[in-house]
Design a protein around this ligand. Structure first.
Ligand code: UDP
Ligand code: MG
Length: 240
């Protein structure tokens, strides 16, 4: 299992100061699997900034941008908006956030999304959370949630399920093949699901910590050596 959530560095274009690359966790799962709900808990407990690709796209529609109409009609058909649009929105949101740890929910939705994000931002996810939930349960949740979304009607929901199976599951399978997926049984009550999610983030934090302890230990050794040297020097000066 790839668990490197450390912050890597890359040289800036001018080759001077090294720029920190943010830590990104992709949160994937079918429509209604609970991504947004769980992300809110993760933010509270683990200090991530959460971006929902769907919410960013809805914001773009509301802002009356030139892409708004195109995005609106694609969403109403359950189709995947061109990568260029979504990746730009995500990149801008990350740059403006001031944080270095991001949960990106509902993206990448197809292989092209995945490749475009990597190519534009140079970021590969630290890992992927996958919320696994049966279709009947997801459908029940969406029809009960009343969020006033145009695409939460039975006709569009069915289209979204189809797109999820055809285009988004292969992305999960890709990340599974490189050992980056943490699969969560999402068909349980919210609190129970979060216990599993918490366990993933806690175990990853723990795997990162020993490195910190090693560093602390070596700093302590260096200090001890410094004291010994200064003691010897003083001792010699004083003629012992
Ligand atoms: N969408 C998209 N690209 C994305 C995220 C969302 O094209 O990266 C569109 C797509 O039409 C999808 C809709 O936005 O059906 C709603 O996405 P959201 O993640 O909000 O809903 P979910 O399917 O998770 O309930
Ligand atoms: Mg959502």
């Amino acid at each position: 299992m790839e668990t490197d959530v450390g912050v890597s560095t890359s040289e800036e274009a001018n080759g001077s100061a090294a720029k920190k690359k943010p830590t990104v966790v992709f949160v994937l799962g079918g429509p209604g699997s609970g991504k947004g709900t769980q992300c809110a808990y993760i933010v509270e407990h683990f200090g991530f900034t959460h971006f929902s690709a769907g919410d960013l796209l809805r914001g773009e529609i509301d802002s009356g941008s030139e892409n708004g109409l195109m995005i609106k009609s694609m969403m109403n058909e359950g189709k995947i908006v061109p990568s260029e649009v979504t990746v730009k929105l995500l990149q801008k949101a990350m740059e403006e956030s001031g944080n270095e740890k991001f949960l990106i929910d509902g993206f990448p939705r197809n292989d092209e999304n995945r490749a475009a994000f990597a190519a534009v931002t140079g970021i590969e996810p630290a890992f992927v959370l996958f919320f696994d939930c049966p279709e009947e349960e997801m459908e029940r949740r969406i029809l009960n949630r009343n969020q006033g979304r145009d695409d939460d009607n039975i006709e569009t929901i069915r289209k979204r399920f189809k797109v999820f199976l055809q285009s988004s599951l292969p992305v999960v399978q890709y990340y599974e093949s490189i050992g980056k997926v943490h699969k969560i049984d999402a068909a349980r009550p919210v609190e129970e699901v979060f216990e599993s999610v918490k366990a993933v983030f806690t175990s990853i934090n723990e795997k990162v910590k020993p490195h910190g302890r090693v560093q602390q230990k070596s700093t302590l050794l260096k200090l001890q050596l410094k004291w010994k040297m200064s003691f010897l020097r003083n001792g010699v000066c004083k003629g012992y």
